[in-house]
Write a protein that binds this ligand. Structure first.
Ligand code: NAP
Length: 278
């Protein structure tokens, strides 16, 4: 049995489709809302919250392989519950910032989870993706309303990754030999700026999408109310304010692991145009 957490999210939903397409199974998806989850046919939806470790018992029963998205609950306790339930292998979604911005709070938290997994006694594979193409969904409401997209660091280029590529790597790690004890830094195929992302979404929609760069301060005020001061600063640093060569680097890990090249941002935009259409 494979348990996928974040089953309704960007990576998890793509991973369940991938696993189904490759005939892997049996499969289970964790969600807080079984009725609304809409998981693929053949996937057992099981209720539970990562924030409430005791609630995970039904989902973990009989599981040998666990796909875990980090930082949605007390990860060390979740790993302990998984080990007690008999889980043998965990594929963990961490973050590339563990190796590019280790001084930031969220990166240090991910590193602590990675270390807890490595010392858990279970087999492990760690995925360290860079920023997701799906982060541009934060502009969806503005674009649907034909309003201007506002973003800081408009021309900072990062090799944004399609979540389906993270899912493809996870599927291989979960179902094929040779990936235990490996840490994979994952990026897309080419650097893309916020301005270029908006242009790609505009191209997918077949119309203009106005774009205006805003200051760090303006972006920070909007983000801090939702995520808090420290997290807002960390996000702004890694999306443009404090870039370095390591986070800018394009890596071929997706192709090395899956045999297929990583998908460009424009493909993600074309596949997800409906989310931006009014
Ligand atoms: N975005 C980035 O640029 C970036 C970069 C590096 C790493 N990451 C990591 O990627 C992961 C996010 O992946 P994603 O984009 O696929 O997720 P997502 O689309 O944001 O979806 C979040 C998923 O988590 C589930 N969830 C939220 N709170 C939960 C809880 N308390 N208990 C159980 N499930 C819960 C939701 O499921 P239900 O609502 O159905 O319960 C949903 O399926 C995180 O670990 C994040 O740290 C993100």
């Amino acid at each position: 049995m494979i348990l996928v957490t974040g089953a309704t999210g960007n990576i998890g939903s793509a991973l369940l489709k991938e696993l189904r397409a490759h005939g892997a199974g049996p499969l289970r998806g964790l969600t807080r809302d079984v009725a609304g989850a809409g998981l693929p046919e053949g996937v057992e939806a099981v209720a539970g919250s990562l924030a409430d470790v005791a609630s995970l018992k039904p989902a973990l029963t009989g599981v040998r392989s666990l796909f875990l998205v980090s930082r949605l609950g007390p990860d060390e306790e979740i790993l302990e519950a998984a080990r007690e339930a008999g889980v043998e292998h965990v594929v963990l979604v961490s973050s590339i910032t563990v190796q590019t911005h280790s001084h930031l709070g969220p990166a240090a938290e991910n590193l602590a989870v990675e270390q807890a997994l490595k010392s858990s006694g279970m087999d492990w594979t760690i995925l360290r993706p860079t920023q997701f193409a799906s982060n541009s969904l934060m502009w969806a409401a503005s674009i649907r309303a034909h309003e201007t997209v506002h973003a800081p660091y408009a021309d900072a280029a990062l090799p944004t990754i399609h979540p389906a590529d993270i899912a493809a790597v996870a599927r291989v790690a979960l179902t094929e030999p040779g990936h235990h004890g490996r840490t994979y830094a994952l990026t897309g195929p080419d650097p893309v700026t916020a301005r270029q992302q908006t242009e790609a979404i505009a191209a997918a929609l077949g119309r203009e999408v106005p774009f205006t760069e805003i200051s760090r301060q303006e972006a920070h005020s909007a983000m801090a109310t939702v995520f808090g001061e420290e997290a807002a600063d960390a996000v702004l640093d890694v999306s443009g304010g404090d870039l370095n060569d390591a986070i800018r680097a394009v890596r071929d890990t997706v192709e090395q692991v899956t045999g297929s090249p990583a998908r460009p941002f424009r493909q993600w935009a074309a596949e997800n145009a409906a989310a931006f259409r009014s």
